[in-house]
Design a protein around this ligand. Structure first.
Ligand code: MP5
Length: 219
């Protein structure tokens, strides 16, 4: 029998395959991705990670006492990650200030915050697991495929480090425990949220790759 974290990942198989087939990841691995496309991802992901701070902080405040310390450490890791963005942005002359969220980034971030505030803790935790698992797998795929060091290597290393992998494994096992303690109706809600998060992950690569616009340009 599959553990719950394996079951949710398994039901999202088609989304994962679409992610692995995404040109953004293929071109990042091949080293052919254009600077402008990569810069767009970087700007939007910087905004995403900045808002992941309140998302995680709300989860931490609602967490059972045993989960507070590891979630607190994850929160501190977000600030180290923001520093990686800031360093690479300086090195590559990418602006991180004065950037507005594109529609997908905006929707995804608000989906995170809405689940953290409005859904049960196990449901919100599922969203955290899905987002982290998607990044671990996407960047691990890039790392496996790459044949030469990338100018963006620090990002590849960030989400493929043994520490990050262990964190995602811990999230998966913790999710199993949470799923065990709730009724089937809540597990169904968790499965649905995993899928939705995975869909947003895929959309995020689309947004970075193709660009996106609000319907009417804003001042
Ligand atoms: C993550 C991320 C990983 N940075 N961006 C997206 C769109 N999804 C997932 O989260 P973290 O907090 O950077 O590890």
């Amino acid at each position: 029998m599959l553990a719950f974290h394996e079951e949710v990942r398994h039901q999202a198989e088609r989304i994962w395959q679409a992610m692995y087939a995404h040109p953004f990841l293929a071109e990042t691995a091949a080293g052919t991705i254009s600077r402008d496309v990569f810069a767009r991802w970087m700007q939007q992901d910087y905004l995403f990670v900045r808002e992941a701070v309140p998302f995680l902080a709300i989860l931490l405040a609602r967490a059972p006492a045993t989960l507070r310390r590891p979630l607190g450490e994850a929160l501190a890791a977000l600030y180290r990650e923001l520093e990686v963005f800031e360093r690479l942005a300086r090195e590559h002359h990418v602006a991180l200030e004065g950037i507005r969220m594109l529609p997908t980034c905006h929707a995804y971030v608000h989906f995170l915050l809405a689940t953290a505030y409005g859904r049960s803790f196990p449901e919100a935790f599922t969203v955290l697991y899905a987002a982290e698992k998607a990044y671990l797998d996407a960047w691990s795929w890039v790392k496996q495929q790459q044949r030469a060091v990338s100018p963006w290597q620090a990002f590849i290393e960030n989400w493929t480090s043994p520490t990050f992998r262990e964190y995602v494994e811990w999230l998966g096992h913790t999710l199993d425990g949470l799923a065990h303690g709730v009724p089937e109706s809540a597990r169904a809600a968790m499965r649905e949220l995993f899928l939705l998060t995975a869909q947003y992950e895929l959309r995020f690569w689309d947004m970075a790759w193709a660009g996106e616009h609000w319907p009417v340009e804003m001042p």
